[in-house]
Design a protein around this ligand. Structure first.
Ligand code: SF4
Length: 349
């Protein structure tokens, strides 16, 4: 076979999914739009093993889209703590509110309408439409792009719109015709990218138990291009930023600052980065914390101060928070870890 034929790819992927795919993930049970949407958003930038654990807890706290819409943003961010990329949590909350106010609490089934909701892109909209409503729609997340690019030997820069648009068109031609195959096919694409044609150790060049049905036709394999597809674009420059954390405690309260709604840790609670202190206040400098973000490395110098009397004036956006209430706040991961190390917040928080 010169290259993988469309029908053959689709049929083989469906057969592969039924035999070697994943069938027991929590979000595969009772596939409502709310449950599918939540899992898709969580899976966007978080590992499956973490999502399995956090998905159930999140659902317990917010069992319905209405419960999520009526929660406070602080409650949602708190439940999201540790999963990173907090824009997802803020969009989740806004999206739930739009679904309740504009769609009477029921997600629309049309992928085009789903795509208009906050935080829902074309691929997520398609996944919800397929899994919850049995619609025919193509997904194209990072894993799927890699699979299609490898099987068909596409060496274009997939950060460019033109290349991605072509891939979308290709993904649409691959959709199965029989409605009963849509779920297995879509799940198959997800499973195949996550477990078989992985970024660094695809099954065809590793010794795992999973086998690839496309080894004979995959152009990346045939022309030894696996390491070059998908094409890696130049990495963005990472800058280093030094900041101070002023960790002020007065009795059983900590001074925390609500971060602005833009930028790093937007809307979460952290420590103030500058402050006017009385001369008598004793400062204890803690070990520098290195925290790596996508484009930045933060060198954080925490300075701990235990006050004998309250400050006369505190910076804007700062509040004294009772230690017992810390667990209810949305805290960035390094703040939460730092507080755990000081034994000011506990593991069950
Ligand atoms: S042959 Fe290898 S690179 Fe090609 S689809 Fe299969 S696992 Fe991926």
């Amino acid at each position: 076979m010169e290259f993988c034929e469309i029908n053959s790819f689709t049929d083989q992927l469906i057969a592969w999914q039924r035999k070697q795919g994943r069938h027991h993930l929590p979000w595969q049970i009772n596939r409502t739009a709310y449950r599918v949407w939540l899992s898709e958003v969580m899976l966007q930038q978080t590992q499956v093993s973490t999502v399995i654990e956090r998905y159930q807890v999140f659902l317990k706290k917010f069992p319905t889209v209405k419960a999520l819409a009526s929660a406070s943003i602080d409650d949602v961010l708190s439940e999201w703590s540790g999963m990173g990329y907090y824009t997802r949590a803020r969009n989740l909350h806004r999206c739930a509110q739009v679904v309740v106010t504009e769609y009477q609490g029921v997600f629309p089934s049309d992928p085009k309408l789903l795509e208009t909701l906050p935080g829902i892109g074309r691929s997520t909209a398609a996944a919800i439409a397929v899994f919850a409503y049995g619609q025919s729609a193509a997904i194209l997340d990072g894993n799927v792009k890699r699979v299609l690019a490898r099987v068909w030997g596409i060496q274009d820069d997939l950060s460019k719109n033109a290349a991605v648009n072509q891939l979308w068109a290709h993904a649409e031609t691959l959709l199965p015709h029989a409605p009963e195959d849509l779920v297995s096919y879509t799940q198959g694409l997800m499973d195949f990218g996550a477990t078989c044609c992985t970024q660094n150790k695809p099954a065809c060049i590793s010794q795992g138990s999973i086998t690839c049905p496309f080894e004979d036709v995959c152009l990346a394999k045939r022309f030894d291009l696996i390491k070059h597809i998908p094409l890696k674009v130049k990495k963005v420059k990472v800058s280093t930023v030094n900041i101070d954390w002023w960790v002020l405690q007065y009795k059983d309260k900590l001074l925390l600052e609500k971060r602005p709604h833009q930028g790093i840790w937007a809307g979460l609670w952290s420590f103030p980065e500058s402050i006017d202190l009385p001369k008598s206040a004793k400062q204890l400098e803690r070990q520098v914390i290195k925290h790596v973000l996508t484009h930045r490395v933060l060198n954080i110098r925490p300075i701990q101060v235990t006050l004998q009397r309250p400050l006369t004036k505190i910076p804007a956006n700062c509040e004294w928070i009772e230690l017992a209430d810390l667990k209810n706040l949305g805290l960035p991961t390094p703040v939460r870890l730092f507080l755990k190390n000081l034994d000011l917040i506990h593991d069950d928080a």
